[in-house]
Design a binder for this molecule. Sequence first.
Ligand code: ADE
Length: 269
Amino acid sequence: MKNRFLLFFCLFLFRLHDTPAQIKEPGIAIVGAFRDEVELLISKIEDKQVYNIRGISFFTGKLGGKSVVLVKSGVGKVNAAMTMTLLLEKFNPQQVIFSGVAGGLNPGLAPADIVIAEKTALYDFGKLSNDTFTYWSTSHPETRVENPLFFPADSVLLKYAKIAATKVALKGIETNLKPKIIGGIVVTGDMFVASSAKKHILVKDLKADATEMEGAAIAQVCYEMKIACLIIRSLSDSADENAHLDFNKFKAIAAENSANLIIETLRLL
Ligand code: ADE
């Protein structure tokens, strides 16, 4: 009996340690996939606290005058979904904004430009038979109710991001080039796209403006959990045969542009 009490007491203490204080004040969650996408945002958080949950660092504090919890999800859909689920469970945010870089698909866009995702879709979930790919909708694991193929952005977050877009100062890849910001379609798959042929398919099938590796996975988790979500991406490359070179050249500037648009959005919210 005494031992059992001790065990429960220890478990209780562990939970207290594991449960961040911020949970009482649901903040806005900010997510990026890799270091370049989060480091500027982390450096600007005031009253910063770090919580380590299952080996993942969650930063809380104030950004753009708002309470935030920020996490680096890691690259790819599984990492994104895993980190999102932990984040929602432990920190209880009501809004999620993703900040990061993407490969451009829209021929009118160039590195450093931004796509604010009005909707996002997974492009690699479906059936492949005889070279014909059929896109499938995801569905709830228990009820099997189908999700939409395109996850719509939260209308409030989208509205404020678009207002922020008219105010934010961005860096161009050349000093005289002012980056464009558009509302558009972002598609997600577990693939770094460096292929004009794949670009063509994503534009033809899904009318996509940009491609990346986490957005729709995060949007799917948020959709299922009824949490407002917005994906913002600045282009690091054009997803073509030069994508790798361009990515290394422009990822820092793109990550900074996306981060600055998010800070401006937070100020307005
Ligand atoms: N993120 C940045 N560039 C990308 C690309 N070309 N494909 C997938 N994800 C990206």
